[in-house]
Structure formats: structure tokens, C-alpha cells
Design a protein around this ligand. Structure first.
Ligand code: FAD
Ligand code: FMN
Length: 436
């Protein structure tokens, strides 16, 4: 679109609004965009304006017209994908006729990926098409977004954003490996994982939270890998524990290994300092003390569940916990078996269910075990207001959603209502996924 036409389109629409001044919305996979959106909200509110902060999963495009100004922060995830919480909105946006508000979009990404900031660009194209984009080009951010975000917010709101530590969403850390224990038994020919405990350099000591992530770039690589923190923040001061699954696959008759998982589990020496990044949020957040938790994990997906469980025990949460863990063989890869069985014995885990696909002829996966517990699942979700956490391979998401949909439909005796409830549970983050 030519600059003049673009300028005129922005000038023509000047409708009158009532209510909230600014909507700050986001699509975020690992929490950065969400975090910046929340901080934007606080800053705007601090200047006496009214503001709503929302994930795109709770909005429809037409909602934008209830606000005179909309600020959007959209990250790109996977291999050039739109974050889960932005997909439904984007699909609707593509069929949306013109809107009247004014939207500025900050696109978060990383140049080391092939499809740099593609999700933000896709959204921006639609905003241009419907005539609401304030900027002719999307504002693209490579890597740590704090500086550019501050500048963008200042430009959009005429507010001076102070450069304070309160805006930190990530922090450089120096970690030293102090413990490295295999979580699998023997050479099980696959599905291997290690429990790695790191000491955080004393000068950088800080308090992480449940749901925070650690970013590590293996030597000789540009791309950072993220890991869920597997230890409860209150459990051991200045230490952080990871559960790292060793990625391996066959290529041309040879076993190949993932760079970072191999490096961390098999090449890194104890005591050797490594550079890492702490990333605030983005993982699975702690439920309220009285809110039950259903945790479904496969393989190294157990990592964030160990953090949740440890913290819930430490903080003396009173609500029930149900963990369903899946892997190949109970005798070889029941990660954290002792810890989990102790939690079950002492009542911290109300239910500990397992699915080991290679224990029997008939392959049984977590979704199959969950299906046998459909009435309990529906009751925990609908009556006890539990949160369902799922962590593992991307294929888990459709499988768990299918079982949950069926369980809700049986409980409600109404398939349409079950579908709506499922969508609501996801939008309100009572069903959350961490997939890798
Ligand atoms: C939010 C988040 C949290 C995470 N938490 C954890 C965690 O707690 N624990 C954990 O272990 N991991 C976690 N991960 C995954 C982790 O970030 C890395 O992706 C993982 O360790 C693999 O990295 P790598 O360097 O070992 O593999 P890489 O060297 O990056 O290799 C991966 C590449 O190998 C190739 N590949 C993989 N499988 C095959 C195959 N079958 N055939 C051919 N090619 C193949 C693909 O090209 C793939 O891109 C998380 C990821 C995210 C996004
Ligand atoms: C697993 C993974 C995949 C990513 N894929 C892309 C990508 O394809 N293109 C891109 O520009 N950035 C990509 N990024 C970078 C993110 O967009 C960037 O880190 C952003 O700040 C994350 O925002 P979020 O935490 O709100 O999801 C990826 C990051 C991760 C961890």
C-alpha cells in the first residue's frame, strides 16, 4: 500500500469510543510476549489511562473496535508458527471485514530461525488489509525484546518508560553442573533422560518462579534451546534442576544425537561454568493452593510437573494432585519413580497413573489410560475446577483434547456444550500445554 493512501486511511476513521482507552493483547508461546503485554498494561495504567490486557485466545477481531487504541505483541514459535493462543484469532481475522480502531504490532522473533517473525508479519498483513494498522511495516524484534519494546511503547503512548530491572524478562546466568544422574536404567536403546542439577553463580543469585525456563546454547551453535525448570523454586536456594531427554534418531543407518541434549547430559563436565539465560514465565504456572491439578507428562515432559509438585508440597497446597506419566518401559524409563511413589504414599499425589507403551503387546499410551478415567477427568475439570497440564511431544495435544472432549460430552450429555466448554477451558488456561 502506498504511504499516502495508508496515511489517509488512518486519518479518515475517527469514531467516538466509550470505556477503556487501550487494549494490549498478545500471542505468546513461551511467555515473553505475554510478560511484555502485562508490563505494558501496568505502565499505561500508571499514567492514569484505562487498559485491558488479554491473550488473543480470549478475543475476537470485532472486540478490537471497543477500544480506540490496540497494541499487539505477537511472537513466532516452532518452525515459523503462530503461538497456540493466537491461532483461532488469526483464522477469524482472515475473514474479518474492515475495523475502525488503530492497531500497532510488535513482532517478536529470532533471526536464527528461517521464518523470521513470520507470525507477526502474517497478523500485520491482515491488519493492513482491514485498514487498522498504524504502522506501514510491522516492527520486528530479534532476540531480547526489552529495548525495542520500551521504545515502541513510548512511541505509541507518549509515556516515558523507565529502564528499570522490573522489566527484566530474561537474565544472563552462569551455571555450574553439580549433579548428573541418568533417570533411565541401563542402555535402554532410546528414551534416555538425565537429571541435571546446576548451581547458579552466587553473584547472579535470584529467585526464579514456577513456569520459568532456562535457555542454553550448545557450543558451536547459534540457536538457543529452552528447558523447563524441574525443581521447585523454594526447594534449594541458588540451584536449578533440569530434566533433559537425550534426542536421538536414526539417519542413514547411524544413530544421530541432538546437539544440546547430548552436550548437557554427556559432554559437559561437572564444575565447568556455562552461560545460560533465565526466562521469566512461558512454562506451566502454579495453580492456586486450593485448586486441584491434573498433570499428564510423557518422557522428559515430566520436568515441569516435578517443579509443580515440589512447589505445591513446599507451599503446603491443600488441593488434590493427579499425575499420569507415560514412557516406553516401566523397568527402564520410569523417570523419578522413587520420588513419585513417595509422593503417592504420603498423599501429596492423590493418584499416580502410568502408561508404558512397551510393557505389553498392546501399546498403551497416556491418552488410553486417561480414557479409562474419563468420569474422573470430567469431574475434576467441571466440578472441582482443576487445571489440566500436559507436557510432552506435540502429538499429545490432539490426543488429550480428543479424550477430554469425549469425557466432557459424556458428563454433560451434550456434545455441543462439551465443545464450547473445552474451548473455554483452553481460553481461560485451565487446560495448558507445553510441547516440544
Ligand atoms: C518451552 C520449552 C520447554 C522445553 N523443556 C524441555 C525439557 O524440560 N526437557 C527437555 O529435554 N527438552 C525440553 N525442550 C526441548 C529442548 O528445547 C530441545 O529442543 C531438545 O533438548 C532438543 O535439542 P537438541 O539440541 O538436543 O536437538 P537438535 O540438535 O536441535 O536436534 C533437533 C533436530 O534434530 C532433527 N531430528 C529430530 N528427530 C529427528 C528424526 N527422527 N529424524 C530426522 N531428524 C530428526 C530435527 O532436524 C530437529 O530439528 C523444551 C522446549 C521448549 C520450547
Ligand atoms: C522453539 C522455538 C521456536 C522458535 N521459532 C521461531 C521462528 O520460527 N521464527 C522466529 O522469528 N522466531 C522463533 N523463535 C523465537 C521466538 O519468537 C522469540 O524467542 C520470542 O521472544 C518468544 O516469544 P514468546 O515467549 O512470547 O513465545 C522461536 C523460539 C523457540 C523457543
Amino acid at each position: 500500500m502506498g504511504s499516502l493512501k495508508f496515511f489517509l486511511m488512518n486519518l479518515i476513521f475517527s469514531p467516538v469510543y466509550e470505556g477503556t482507552d487501550v487494549l494490549v493483547c498478545y500471542a505468546s508461546q513461551t511467555g515473553t510476549a505475554a510478560n511484555l503485554a502485562k508490563q505494558s498494561g501496568e505502565i499505561i495504567q500508571g499514567q492514569g489511562k484505562t487498559v485491558t490486557v488479554s491473550s488473543l485466545s480470549s478475543l475476537q477481531p470485532a472486540d478490537f473496535d471497543r477500544y480506540p487504541q490496540v497494541l499487539m505483541i505477537v511472537s513466532t514459535c516452532g518452525e515459523g508458527d503462530i503461538p497456540d493462543d493466537g491461532i483461532a484469532f488469526y483464522n477469524q481475522l482472515q475473514t474479518q471485514p474492515a475495523l475502525n480502531t488503530r492497531v500497532s504490532l510488535l513482532a517478536l522473533g529470532d533471526k536464527s530461525y528461517k521464518q523470521y517473525c513470520i507470525a507477526g508479519r502474517l497478523f500485520h498483513d491482515e491488519l493492513l488489509r482491514i485498514g487498522v494498522a498504524v504502522d506501514e511495516d510491522p516492527i520486528l524484534v530479534d532476540g531480547n525484546p526489552v529495548k525495542q519494546w520500551q521504545q515502541w511503547l513510548e512511541e505509541q503512548t507518549d509515556i516515558t518508560v523507565e529502564d528499570t530491572a522490573a522489566f527484566e524478562t530474561e537474565k544472563d546466568l552462569t551455571l555450574k553442573l553439580v549433579e548428573n544422574t541418568a533417570l533411565h536404567q541401563g542402555d535402554n536403546g532410546g528414551n534416555q533422560a538425565h537429571r541435571l542439577v546446576f548451581k547458579i553463580d552466587a553473584e547472579e543469585a535470584f529467585q526464579y518462579q514456577v513456569g520459568d525456563l532456562i535457555g542454553i546454547t550448545p557450543p558451536g551453535e547459534k540457536r538457543e534451546r529452552l528447558y523447563s525448570i524441574a525443581s521447585g523454586p523454594s526447594v534449594k536456594e541458588n540451584h536449578v534442576e533440569l530434566c533433559v531427554g537425550i534426542l536421538s534418531y536414526q539417519e542413514k543407518g547411524e544413530t544421530r544425537y541432538g546437539k544440546c541434549s547430548r552436550y548437557l547430559t554427556s559432554e559437559l563436565n561437572k564444575g565447568e561454568p556455562i552461560a545460560a539465560k533465565w526466562k521469566s514465565g512461558g512454562g506451566l504456572a502454579l495453580p492456586a493452593a486450593d485448586q486441584p491439578a491434573i498433570m499428564i507428562a510423557t518422557g522428559a515432559g515430566i520436568a515441569p510437573m516435578m517443579c509443580l509438585m515440589q512447589e505445591r508440597v513446599c507451599q503446603k497446597h491443600t488441593a488434590d494432585n493427579w499425575l499420569l506419566f507415560g514412557n516406553r518401559k516401566s523397568s527402564e524409563d520410569f523417570y523419578y519413580q522413587q520420588d513419585l511413589e513417595t509422593l503417592e504414599k504420603n498423599g501429596s499425589l492423590t493418584y499416580l497413573d502410568t502408561a508404558f507403551s512397551r510393557d505389553s503387546e498392546e501399546k498403551v499410551y497416556v491418552q488410553d489410560v486417561l480414557k479409562t478415567q474419563a468420569p474422573r477427568l470430567a469431574q475434576w475439570l467441571l466440578e472441582d475446577k482443576a487445571t489440566l497440564y500436559v507436557c510432552g511431544r506435540p502429538g499429545l495435544k490432539p490426543a488429550i483434547l480428543d479424550v477430554t472432549r469425549e469425557a466432557l460430552a459424556a458428563h454433560l450429555n451434550d456434545a455441543t456444550q462439551a465443545e464450547e466448554t473445552l474451548a473455554e477451558l483452553q481460553a481461560s488456561e485451565r487446560i495448558v500445554f507445553e510441547l516440544f
